[in-house]
Design a protein around this ligand. Structure first.
Ligand code: DX5
Ligand code: ZN
Length: 219
């Protein structure tokens, strides 16, 4: 039995019934909630910001994993100081990543660095000591429901080796296209946390059934 953590992303949930969807994820055994903040600049879509996250904080005890897909993320992190457990910022828009991660940690939050499929692992090597988590994007961010780019699992495996080599306890989170058919590959590659959007929030089965199936498939 693996100790993989499942982080449902509400991106494909029914936004008209968001509180119910979040409660269903908590009752269904989710380990945390993944919240995709998009700004319409770093990625084309705009989703929601701190006002919605504040409202959701009142309906669940699940830890919040905030994924900032926003330019200049350092200007936004303060807004999540009360609600987040982990704040994740993209390396592609963080020229001063060590300072940003340090600011997040000084707020008492876990600091995460995210890396896009087209960005080399070397871009984050110098910030690994300042991160509690690395989020490897297995899709190009912007939408839920995309197919995983399987070559990114090789990057995850390389990252796992790198962290192990330095005895770095940072967690590896995979975001994008995780399903029952590939979740075991994610675990094998070395991920500790998997984001599951459309594989959790869809019309076919209940949120609880989907989470249970993903956990079974993880091995
Ligand atoms: C996309 C987001 C993901 C997304 C994942 O940019 O970062 O968290 O919700 O959705 P699925 O699991 O459907 O790929
Ligand atoms: Zn995400």
């Amino acid at each position: 039995m693996t100790s993989i953590k499942i982080a449902p992303s509400i991106l494909t949930a029914d936004f008209g019934r968001l509180a119910d969807e979040v409660r269903a994820a908590e009752l269904g055994g989710a380990d945390m909630l993944h919240l995709d903040v998009m700004d319409g600049r770093f990625v084309p879509n705009i989703t929601f910001g701190a006002v919605v996250v504040d409202a959701l904080r009142k309906v669940t005890r699940l830890p919040f994993d905030i994924h900032l897909m926003c330019v200049e993320p350092e200007r936004l992190i303060e807004q999540y100081a009360e609600t987040a457990d982990t704040i994740n910022v993209h390396i592609e828009v963080s020229p001063h990543i060590n300072r940003t991660l340090d600011t997040i940690r000084k707020m008492g939050k876990r600091a995460g660095v995210c890396i896009n499929p087209g960005t080399s692992l070397t871009a984050i090597e110098e910030s690994l000591a300042d991160a509690d988590q690395v989020m490897v994007m297995t899709i190009n961010p912007g939408w839920g429901g995309q197919q995983m780019l399987p070559a990114q699992l090789e990057k995850v495996a390389r990252l796992r080796r790198l962290l192990d080599e330095f005895g770095n306890p940072a967690e590896i989170e995979i975001d994008g296209g995780v399903k029952t058919t590939n979740i075991a590959d994610c675990v094998r590659a070395g991920a500790n946390v998997v984001v599951c959007g459309s594989s959790v929030f869809n019309e076919q089965k209940s949120v609880a059934e989907n989470i249970a199936e993903l956990r079974r498939a993880a091995g």
